[in-house]
Each structure stands twice: as C-alpha cells, then as structure tokens.
Design a protein around this ligand. Sequence first.
Ligand code: PHE
Length: 345
Amino acid sequence: MSDQMEQVLSEALEAIRSAETPDALNEVRIHFLGKKGSIQALMSLMKDLPKEEKPAFGQRVNTLKAEVSEKLEARREELSALAQTAKMANEKIDITLAGTKLEIGTTHPLIMIQNELEELFVGMGYKIAEGPEVEADYYNFELANIPQDHPARDMQDTFYIDPNTLLRTHTTAMQMRELEKAKGQLPIKLICPGKVYRRDDDDATHSHQFMQCEGLVVGEHITLADLKGTLEYMANAMFGEGRKVRFRPSYFPFTEPSVEVDVSCPFCNGKGCSVCKGSGWIEILGAGMVHPHVLEMNGFDSEKCSGFAFGVGLERVAMLKYGIDDIRNFYLNDLRFLKMFDRFD
Ligand code: PHE
C-alpha cells in the first residue's frame, strides 16, 4: 500500500515538474487531485482496510494530497514568473534605436492670413459669417444689384452649375445673405472670409480659385471716413506700422461710391521700388459705401442708415506679406513651399 502511495507521489512530482504551461499544469492537477483522480482513488482503497489502520492511512493520503497541492502551487508561480520574464524580454524597447520622425504639417499661408484677419476684426467687434460656395445666382448677383443682362456680370466670368446656381464669384454673396437675414435690424458688423471662383486662365497672377474676405458694416451715420479708418487700421496690422491708405474712384454695382484701395508700399515705404513698380502704392482691395438700392432690396431704409463694404483678396495679401511671386504656389500642394511657413505658425 505504501508503495502505491510512493508511486503516486513520484508520478505526480514528475508530472508537475514537466508541465510547461498553465494549461498542462491544470491537466496534472485534475489527473491527481480531481474527483476521479489518482489520490481520490487511493482514498477509496480505505474502505477495504481493517478499522484500526484506517486513521493512519487517511492521514498519509492527506499528507500526500497536501504535498502535491503545494508542489502544484509552487510550479504555478514558477510558470507565471517565467511567462512574465518572457513577456518582458519580448517587449523590450531598444531606446538607442533611431526613431521614426513624425511629420507635422503647417498652417496653409492663406489660412494664416484668414486667421490674422479674423483675429483683427473680431477684436474690433465684428462677427464672422459663413456661406455656401455653391451659391444661388440670386445672392451672388441679383441682390448685389447685378440683374440679368447687367454688363457687370462680364466683370466676373462665372462657373455656372445650372442657370440659377453657380460657384460664388465673390464673398459679396455672403454679404447679401447676411443683409437679408438681418431683416432691417441694425447694426451689422461682420466679415465673411471664404473661397471664390472665376473662369480664368491660371498664370502667375490669376487663379480660377482664390480667397477673399469681405467686410460689411451697416448702421446710422456710417461714412466713407469710417471705411478709410478701418482699412488703414487693417493695413497697419497686416503690413506693419506706418502704412497709409489711399482711395481711387472705381465701380462696383453694389457700392456707391466705389473705390480701389491702395496701401503705401511696405517694401520701400512709399519711395518707389520694383514691387510697387515705382509708384509707392500697391492696390490691395475694392470697397465702397453699400449702394442704397442694395440696402432697400434687403429691407433697410437707406434714408436712415448707411454702410460700407470691402473685399480683400487673401492671395494678394499673402503674396505681398511673404514675398511670393506666383499665385499658383498656393494651390500646388508642394510641401517644399508649404513647409516654409512653419516659422510663421
Ligand atoms: N466683390 C468685389 C470683388 O469681388 C470686391 C468688393 C467687395 C468691392 C465689397 C466693394 C465692396 O472684386
């Protein structure tokens, strides 16, 4: 009998030692300690023993059981420590290896100009308005005092989607939406930056897609002097202190009077250089007093209020500010060009 116990013990110890995984070890546990396992089988031999031998036998089987349980537990810990070490070895990071450099993008120069303008005008209490790039003829032309067959439609070669729908040719379309939305309520003070489209042959100074930022102020007693002061403030903020602004008469159907606005050349301080072609002035935008008819069409009483509007081309500003000589650079997505702007970010 004692031999049989010795045998079970040595088999169990051997099986425990050679179990290489937690699963294998569990099998061993079931085989020896399970309900139908070898140790339980030993217990069942007890019923055939003489009464006086039973306690001693039972005790020995229990000791055997305890020893096997203990060895199983020790092996379980050993296996889990081994697994942990293997995992660590596997996941080891060689911190001396050169890493992969993450490429970080830069803000697009046109967005930089847009951000700058937004910050500037929000600082003066302007709202920022938005509108669709696919626009109704009504907002792009009709409400802007450019009815069908008006010759001014030729000023802006238009991409039509259908006879009533087009790609907006100027941010003035958003200005009209905002005027209509205000339903005659004063004051209005907003800018609307965005992309605009015109049929054009792309070259160094023309692009069929470009960006504008429109400004619109409507209230009581708004004058051309307010427009000039505002644009002078903008020119100084965008091109550096000391800029002067000059108005030249012009024509836009939605403003009266209309002006072209020049800023004193930031490169030569107005003395005349190759950038300003010797004139000392650089044209940067179109502007004017909102046409009374436009105010009336949108439900404003033009006797009681007036307004100014201006539209600035963001490419033009960026080209001057950063010395870029070809407008196509903005749309080619050449990383060598775009990456130059990280220092302004
Ligand atoms: N919409 C004009 C353009 O596209 C610019 C402009 C805006 C002029 C507002 C006057 C007032 O050129």
